[in-house]
Ligand binder design. Sequence first.
Ligand SMILES: Nc1nc2c(ncn2[C@@H]2O[C@H](COP(=O)(O)OP(=O)(O)OP(=O)(O)O)[C@@H](O)[C@H]2O)c(=O)[nH]1
Ligand SMILES: [Mg+2]
Length: 418
Amino acid sequence: MAGTQRYLRYIVFALFALVLLYFIGSSSTVPSAPSWPSYTSGDKDTLTPGKPSIHEAEEAPPVVATPHESHAPAAVKPPTTPADHELPPATIAGDRMNATFVTLARNQDIWEIAKSIRHVEDRFNRKFNYDWVFLNDDDFNDEFKKVTSALVSGKTKYGKIPKEHWSFPEWIDQDKAARVREEMKEKKIIYGDSISYRHMCRYESGFFFRHPLMLDYEWYWRVEPSVELHCDINYDTFKFMAENKKKYSFTLSLYEYVETIPTLWDATKNFTKTFPEHVAKDNSLKFISDDNGETYNHCHFWSNFEIGNLNWLRSKAYIDYFESLDHNGGFFYERWGDAPVHSIAAALMLKKDEIHFFNDIAYYHVPFTHCPTGEQYRLDHKCHCNPKDNFDWNGYSCTSKFYELNDMKKPEGYDKEQ
Ligand SMILES: Nc1nc2c(ncn2[C@@H]2O[C@H](COP(=O)(O)OP(=O)(O)OP(=O)(O)O)[C@@H](O)[C@H]2O)c(=O)[nH]1
Ligand SMILES: [Mg+2]
């Protein structure tokens, strides 16, 4: 009897051990990582979901054969290669702002804008999925639409610019405008003889924010062909602008070519005399003038990058400014750029704390780079810019002036990174 009891005890014990082993075994097959796909550094171009990292691969080579090598029956789907449409969207949780990217481009700019979109998506928008509005003085062709809509994670919209926003206003003397273009050509002023460049500058100064497609939005981020972003942006820049009561922002600032805007400041002074109510009290006049408004020092924010508030550009103050400049004729009798126009408007009509310097957005538009000062920041945000290329503290940049005006302390170590 005692022997039988002992055997029974062994059997119960063995059964218990088997059950225990079963549980341990089955729990180790539960994936420890969340179902979110992991993209490893080597995957950048192919974005193959679920591919093990090099490190993981050394420890445990993947068991599942590639589709070409597989001898498994066709019906058996390898568990580690979900089709694209099964992946969750790569977004950061939380509400979105009423914001869009906006690009003015021609069909021939397709591959240069494609590069810019990749930079913006990889560094920022794949996490937020904001829309993108494309504007053109001509119809966008199918290829442009197909390629750009495949690259943008948000909705894409394509707009044609109305003729009256991209042509000579009736008050412009065509002979005088043509003479100016000839003179500027002789003086070798960049884009000095170009008509389309002038329409572009006038459009960016006074119309893009009034295009019907833009009326749906409150915030914009302007992107041009061939620009690059060099650090990850892990927060919603539009939300930052709204929460901090910012209306206009920049990454690079510099001096404008004097030959392109000889009378822009006179026209501005005429405007402020007519509309003194549009000049803000606590403005940034010191950024654009070194003699209390007597003359323009030619400093401007580089407008090929802008994150800003569309309602400000649509305000009576800004529209009055644009219309007074437009009637002056300087977009055609000189070659006024949208950068000095936006900058002077922001400096005079906004309170100084409504203008933001995005030090953390690493940005490149030929030939200048803004690379954030501070090694730890660059490492933490996977930056790939050379700090020695940073333009901010160069004598030809106006960013130091912006710092002085706003009593900002220059980032620690700025002098060592040049
Ligand atoms: N639809 C359209 N877009 C234009 C035209 N000219 C320029 N653009 C766009 O207007 C913006 C500014 O033009 P750019 O040629 O980049 O001018 P820029 O930045 O002063 O000069 P670059 O140093 O050449 O980049 C870009 O987004 C261009 O794609 C045009 O004739 N038609
Ligand atoms: Mg450009």
